[in-house]
Design a protein. Structure first.
Length: 124
């Protein structure tokens, strides 16, 4: 009899708990900022990525030992026009994954570079 009462007491709570439908990520956001690609400029968005991740000593800096110089828009344009820049930063099969021996660029950085290239890689 005690077990029956206990089940009668706990069963409604178990059913209600099982129907809980809130999304965890909506209730407890991680604090990440959305990636804004609505207005991409070379000076404000692309060059800072290249400076931080690509223009390191011996890679795509003024020495161009990596084959392309990404310190200027003109140098970046050469990499874009070759078709290798986007394939490399997205780690597409058949391209050299960049940055070399480092983690892949963030999705936001890749989205910004992609958007800039799709806009014609303007010097803005």
């Amino acid at each position: 009899m005690r077990i029956a009462k206990l089940i009668a007491f706990l069963l409604p709570a178990a059913i209600v708990a099982g129907c809980y439908n809130d999304k965890y990520d909506k209730l407890y956001p991680t604090g990440t900022v959305a990636c804004d690609t609505s207005t991409i400029t070379y000076a404000s968005d692309i060059q800072p990525i290249f400076n931080a991740k690509c223009n390191t000593a011996g890679c795509h800096d003024a020495t161009a030992s990596g084959g392309y110089t990404l310190t200027t828009h003109a140098g970046s344009q050469v990499a874009v026009n070759s078709g290798k820049l986007l394939g490399s930063v997205t780690w597409t099969t058949g391209f050299s994954a960049m940055p070399k021996n480092l983690p892949k660029l963030s999705d936001c950085e890749i989205n910004k570079i992609t958007r800039w290239i799709n806009q014609g890689a303007p010097n803005n």
